[in-house]
Structures are given as structure tokens and as C-alpha cells.
Design a protein around this ligand. Structure first.
Ligand SMILES: *Cc1c(COP(=O)(O)O)cnc(C)c1O
Length: 396
């Protein structure tokens, strides 16, 4: 593996030098006011990235998975019912976590490549007259399949049914890269981690809680210690933590938020859309298809690309690592061996994406797939040349 090449996995993502350096700092006393100068701007920055005026932001030394656990254990009790769709590895793992915590999960099975079936959600919510469903879980961007779901439509399903269930959204591979609207969508808990849109190493679970989700603490009896947001909130009041914070990572997070907000969130989202669109042009030129079933589901942070029947897609990932020192993502779960993934989120440009597309092309030709060298690169080049305005806006 080469340290010179960018990675094309959908997290951890490439780190801008300045953000990497911000994580590398001398030891400070985390119970001193100096820590407050990192903690408070980091929390305020995350709130703004979530497009929220009110979300209470908590940052744990953990990963996105710890964020799921924070969401569940602070708001629910064993036996509580939650509604979730399974359409990929990450929604599957969140469901698995619920089951292990003794929650009753009503699972709506969806195709791996489909989005959240919001019409089915609407029917289930409308039929739940007794309001037994306490939470609806939604994975905004299924990183395993490159599928984006419509969170606003999930909110509408709740509202149309007049259903009071809370809405928890896994935004681990969307927040900071794709449009996410905590307040407008009526999200009650948003979950993410440091190593995707925030362009940091893994090591932080980042969550935003609505007022309603905060209130749910008073009745929630699931055991929680490390992830207790009440303990965390008490610490924040004193510029501190209930235990030792990951100070360097939080300093990186502070700068990552500043970087995203300086570029402008809408410019960040446009940049991701443009880069992703170029990758999709390449996939099309190769004569291949995305795992995502239709264009409205295409993710702007990761593309899962189906390879021909009988071909092991994982071989592309192995070849790229062994021969070219480049990392792509393998297929997970039901789509293992059937897709390979190009991650194109975080610190990414059109020029970087072209190198990934070129490398994928070399690997596919090396492995005997019927693909013409340069075909995908040329298609992406044409698209990038023709949409330069967007980049200039992002850089300005
Ligand atoms: C990466 C990811 C996770 C898991 O996050 P970790 O930080 O690895 O615990 C959860 N959900 C989605 C959608 C992801 O992409």
C-alpha cells in the first residue's frame, strides 16, 4: 500500500494536512478552560453542519457504532418497539444492536440496492393506532450499497399518520458530505463519526439530540454508563468530560467544521455531487451498473459498482491494493463479491477522482474484464470539463 495515493474507501477518508496537524497537539489539561476552547467550538460547528439551531451535540471517544448505542440507550427501555428497514449492511447492524439491547424491532426487508420503503413505513405507522412504535430508525446513506434514502419522506410518513415516534437517523456516511437537515426533517437523533465527512481519523462518535430525544432520558431504562448523555452534559457545563476526552481529535473536529463551513455546506454538497456524477459517467462508459436501483437513490459519497455474473468483484480491490497501492471498498454482506465500492467523500477533488477511476480501469483490464482503457476516465473528464463552474465556486 502506498502512503502517497489517496484512498477510495468510504471511510476512513483522506485527511487534509491542516486537519491532520490539528489532531497532533501537545498534551493539555482536559479539565482546564483551555479545553473549553476546543470543546465548545467543536460542538457549535457540528450543530451548524447538522443544519440545526437547537440540537444538543455530544461527542464521545468512540465510533459511529457507539453513536447508535448512545441514541438507543438514552431514549429507550427493553421491550420498546422500533421500526427499521434492512437494505444493506449498516441498517442490518443497527437492527442487530437493537435486538441485542432487548428492543423489539419491526423490520421491513428491502432489496440491497433499494432505499427505505417510505410507503410501507407510512402504512405501518398509520396502522399503529396505539402508538406502540417508539422510534423509527433510518439509515440516510447505506454505505454498503451506495444508496441514499429520503429522510424528508420518512418524516412525512410520521406526520401524515400523526404518529409521535421519534426519528433517529444514521448519517455516518452523509453528514458533512450530503445535504442533511436536522431541524427541517424533524430528526430526533442524528448519528455520525469522525472518519467520514469530517475527514478525521476514526475515534469519535458524534450525535445530535432534539429536545424530545433529551426528554426521553427520563423514562429510558436501558443500561448506560460510558454513553450516558446526562453525565456528558454535566461535564460540558464545567468545560470538561465525565472521563478523559480525545482532545487532539476534538481539536481536529473543530477545524474540520470550520473548513466545511468556510467552503459553505451547499458548495460541499455540490462538490460531492459533481465528483460522484463523474464517477457515475465512468461506470456507465464501462458498461457496468450501480447497485443502487435508480438514479434518485444514487449516493454522492460512495458508488457500489456491480461486476458481471461469475466475476469476483473483490478481486478488483485486491488487485488495486497489491499492484497499484490503491484502496477501494469490498462488497459487504449480501453483495460481497458482487460489487466493489469507490468512496468519493471527504477531502476529494475531481482530479483525485480521476486517478481512482483510472486505477479501477487498470485493475479491471488486468483481470480480463471487457473494458477499454481510458473509457471511464474520458467520460469523467468530459463531465468534469463541462461542469467547471461548480468547482470554481467551491474554491472561491
Ligand atoms: C461507517 C458507518 C457506520 C459505522 O461507523 P463506525 O465508525 O465504523 O462505527 C455506520 N453507519 C454507516 C452508514 C456507516 O457508513
Amino acid at each position: 500500500m502506498s502512503f502517497q495515493n489517496p484512498v477510495f474507501i468510504p471511510g476512513p477518508t483522506n485527511m487534509p494536512e491542516a486537519i491532520r496537524k490539528a489532531c497532533d497537539m501537545p498534551t493539555i489539561d482536559h479539565r482546564s478552560p483551555l479545553f473549553g476552547q476546543i470543546l465548545h467550538p467543536a460542538r457549535a460547528g457540528v450543530q451548524e453542519v447538522l443544519k440545526s439551531e437547537t440540537a444538543e451535540v455530544f461527542i464521545f471517544p468512540s465510533t459511529g457504532t457507539g453513536g447508535w448505542e448512545t441514541a438507543l440507550t438514552n431514549t429507550l427501555s427493553a421491550g420498546d418497539k422500533v421500526l427499521a428497514a434492512r437494505n444493506g449492511m449498516f441498517s442490518h447492524r443497527w437492527i442487530d444492536m437493537c435486538t441485542r439491547h432487548g428492543l423489539e424491532v419491526q423490520v421491513v426487508e428491502a432489496g440491497w440496492g433499494d432505499g427505505i420503503p417510505t410507503e410501507t413505513f407510512a402504512e405501518i405507522l398509520a396502522a399503529d393506532k396505539g402508538h406502540t412504535i417508539k422510534v423509527v430508525l433510518a439509515t440516510h446513506n447505506e454505505t454498503a450499497t451506495g444508496v441514499k434514502s429520503d429522510i424528508a419522506a420518512v418524516r412525512r410518513a410520521l406526520d401524515d399518520a400523526g404518529h409521535p415516534a421519534m426519528l433517529f437517523v444514521d448519517g455516518v456516511s452523509s453528514i458533512g458530505s450530503m445535504d442533511f437537515r436536522f431541524d427541517e426533517w424533524g430528526v430526533d437523533v442524528a448519528v455520525t463519526g469522525s472518519q467520514k465527512g469530517f475527514m478525521l481519523p476514526a475515534g469519535l462518535a458524534i450525535v445530535g439530540f432534539s429536545g424530545k430525544a433529551l426528554e426521553a432520558q427520563s423514562t429510558a431504562t436501558l443500561p448506560r454508563t460510558f454513553f450516558d448523555i446526562a453525565d456528558m452534559a454535566k461535564g460540558y457545563d464545567n468545560n470538561a468530560y465525565p472521563y478523559t476526552p480525545a482532545v487532539g481529535l476534538m481539536n481536529g473536529l473543530r477545524l474540520a467544521c470550520e473548513t466545511l463551513l468556510t467552503e459553505g455546506l451547499d458548495n460541499v454538497f455540490d462538490r460531492h455531487h459533481r465528483i460522484a456524477s463523474g464517477v457515475r459517467r465512468a461506470v456507465d462508459a464501462w458498461g457496468l451498473e450501480l447497485c443502487a436501483a435508480s438514479p434518485n437513490l444514487y449516493s454522492d459519497t460512495v458508488s457500489a459498482i456491480k461486476t458481471p455474473e461469475g466475476f469476483n468483484a473483490t478481486d478488483i480491490v485486491t488487485r488495486a491494493a497489491d499492484s497499484y497501492g490503491v484502496a477501494f471498498g469490498v462488497g459487504l454482506g449480501e453483495v460481497a463479491g458482487k460489487v466493489f465500492r469507490i468512496g468519493h467523500l471527504g477531502s476529494m477533488t475531481d482530479v483525485m477522482a480521476l486517478s481512482g477511476i483510472a486505477t479501477a480501469e487498470m485493475c479491471m483490464v488486468d483481470l480480463g474484464l471487457d473494458i477499454k482503457l481510458g473509457s471511464g476516465v474520458a467520460a469523467a473528464q468530459e463531465y468534469y470539463r463541462g461542469t467547471l463552474g461548480a468547482t470554481l465556486k467551491a474554491v472561491a
